[in-house]
Design a protein around this ligand. Structure first.
Ligand SMILES: [Zn+2]
Length: 293
């Protein structure tokens, strides 16, 4: 008798404690795309990019891209960082289910922090129209919000993204709190300038009981290419030069301080350390059990 196959199962929740905080990374979805070239290494030859992938045991013509929002229970607030794709794509948008599997309810979320307004980060805000997240305020970078609202520094390739912002984000303006770099969302969670990937792209330093973890959001979009050759152009970066500067500054800081990083598009559980093995060339070291202690 044939034994029926039961389908692929992969982990989609990773939950740990950091000082007083309880933190979950939630895998909202994965897409498989052609590339990484020319999305990554846009200003390089295809063969150069492929050689780097071969050296790292990765396929040359396909890659995977995960979407990993972050949930932090501080004891006083339940804070969701980015909202995944929502209903923008039928294959994704598992976020609300994962919140429940993680032991919470969408009504428990008191704050939603948006790192930037690209579709895979704001898509889930569309769920608010369906009655989800009704107790949450929305924290967003002032520069990011103003840029999308006015269109200033929004490249032509983001035209449909701007329309999405107008449809999903603008109507929520009266629920928003605006934040600048170096300001706190709540005690222990501080905004860090990561501008460039989008005009006001923000990262967050998370600290409790003198322990730190850093949510880098989209500072890196591929765990090999963005890290090992941070100078290569990435199609997804709205301002290439500014994105490169922010990427190198933040990767350099994380490598020096040995602070673990959470990256929205890093392989699940999307947490790792950054090591500078050669000058200006960084390696992603996925975590194992470091956060168990
Ligand atoms: Zn993204």
């Amino acid at each position: 008798m044939a034994i029926e196959k039961t389908g692929i199962i992969q982990p989609d929740i990773f939950k740990f404690t950091l000082g007083q905080f309880e933190i979950s990374t939630l895998l909202d979805g994965i897409v498989q795309r052609d590339g990484p070239h020319p999305i990554f290494g846009e200003n390089q030859n295809e063969s150069t990019v492929q050689e780097l992938l071969r050296q790292n045991y990765l396929p040359e013509n396909k890659f995977e891209h995960g979407f990993t929002p972050l949930l932090i229970n501080t004891g006083k607030d339940l804070i969701l960082f980015d909202t995944g794709n929502g209903k923008l794509n039928d294959n994704h948008g598992k976020l609300v289910n994962l919140l429940e599997k993680s032991g919470y309810n969408h009504e428990d979320v008191s704050k939603i922090v948006i790192t930037h307004c690209h579709p895979d980060h704001i898509g889930g805000l569309g769920l608010i129209n369906d009655g989800y997240f009704k107790n949450a305020t929305i924290t967003i970078g002032e520069t990011e919000y103003t840029s999308w609202k006015t269109g200033k520094n929004i490249p032509e390739q983001r035209k449909s993204n701007k329309e999405l912002f107008e449809k999903i984000c603008l109507p929520l303006t009266d629920r928003m709190e605006f934040i600048k770099p170096n300001q706190d969302v709540v005690a222990g969670i501080t905004a860090v300038n990561g501008f460039g990937h989008s005009p006001g792209h923000m990262c967050y330093n998370i600290e409790s009981n003198n322990r730190n973890i850093f949510f880098a959001a989209d500072i890196t979009n591929h765990y090999v290419v963005s890290m090992q050759v941070p100078d290569w152009h990435v199609m997804f970066d709205d301002d290439k030069d500014m994105a490169i500067k922010s990427r190198k500054r933040i990767l350099g800081m994380l490598a020096k301080e040995k602070i673990p990083m959470i990256g929205y598009h890093m392989p699940f559980p999307a947490i790792g350390y950054v090591e500078e093995r050669k000058p200006n060339s960084y390696y992603w070291l996925p975590i194992s059990y470091q956060l168990s202690f």
